[in-house]
Design a protein around this ligand. Structure first.
Ligand SMILES: [Mn+2]
Length: 300
């Protein structure tokens, strides 16, 4: 069975033609998940994946920083994982099963969200292929609540759920509740969370401290609200005082230099909340992640 682009609508990242015959030879598998069933403030992240893919067609293939053609990495965009309106836990199980069924080997997966809850399913599938996985979690919020709005599987509990799966190192946090602060001290995980106001002034030193705690195989989870609203206002829960473009690039580049990036996600783009440039910024962030993650030369 061959799905000709002339007959089917199947939008792809960078508008590249998917090579279905060589699916398993692609080095990066992008999986759009238009789900925002757990949004609490402003819903609309379901429109994130299509906005990212549309904006990506405006990117130049050539990347100045890594001096290479990003499209040559071998990028395959799957069809969207359709959302379930039932229990958020069912949605996570669906994400795990759908990704498992792709029968991937060493490919890098990149999830296009969707609200941040999609990370739970994505990580739970990825860790089956990479048992020594650890997570670099970039988010303005701590996401360490045990439950929020009646569910344990929502966007405000993602880091808490993942901490029972593997090591999670959090960078960029600038909003946290008392409940979460208490959880951190009870679980003695103070050294796994870096508040942005303490981190940004000595970025190299703090990144080194954060990265030292990660295993070789790293999954980078990005909630776009980790960026400053001046460059990324199109998110469900904006928070002032965030990372700029150079800082997030630096963090990803340093991670790629010292570790192997085996998976990533970019979540919470809510296109109607901001200018079109936000979708483009999200697309370029994915492009940079692909560039760094597939870079064999560690002298980046
Ligand atoms: Mn967040």
């Amino acid at each position: 069975m061959k799905f000709h682009k002339n007959h089917y609508k199947w939008n792809t990242f960078l508008d590249l033609r998917n090579d279905e015959k060589n699916f398993l030879n692609s080095s990066v598998i992008l999986i759009p998940i238009p789900y925002d069933g757990t949004a609490s403030y402003k819903s609309g992240a379901r429109h994130g994946p299509s906005a990212i893919i549309n904006a990506s067609s405006e990117l130049e293939y050539y990347d100045i920083e890594t001096k290479k053609d990003i499209s040559e990495a071998g990028i395959f965009t799957t069809p969207e994982i359709s959302p379930l309106a039932s229990d958020p836990k069912e949605m996570q199980l669906k994400i795990i099963n759908t990704i498992d069924n792709l029968k991937l080997k060493n490919q890098i997966t990149g999830i296009l969200g969707g609200d941040h809850s999609v990370t739970i399913g994505s990580v739970k599938s990825t860790i089956k292929r990479f048992p020594n996985l650890s997570i670099l979690y970039l988010d303005a919020h701590a996401d360490l609540r045990d439950t929020y709005m009646g569910t344990k599987w929502g966007h405000a509990s993602v880091a808490r759920r993942l901490k029972s799966v593997c090591k999670v190192v959090q960078l960029g946090v600038r909003s946290i509740s008392y409940e979460e602060i208490n959880f951190i001290s009870k679980s003695k995980s103070e050294n796994e969370i870096f508040f942005w106001e303490h981190t940004k002034n000595n970025l190299q030193k703090n990144i080194d401290l954060a990265l030292k705690q990660l295993s070789d195989q790293v999954y980078i989870s990005i909630d776009l609200d980790v960026l400053d609203p001046s460059i990324m206002s199109a998110v469900g829960n904006p928070q002032p005082g965030g990372m700029n473009w150079e800082e997030i690039n630096f963090i990803i580049k340093q991670t790629a230099k010292k570790h192997t990036i085996v998976g990533f996600d970019v979540t919470e783009l809510n296109p109607k909340e901001g200018p079109e440039s936000c979708s483009f910024t999200a697309a370029k962030l994915i492009y940079k992640l692909i560039g760094f993650a597939t870079e064999k030369n560690k002298n980046l």
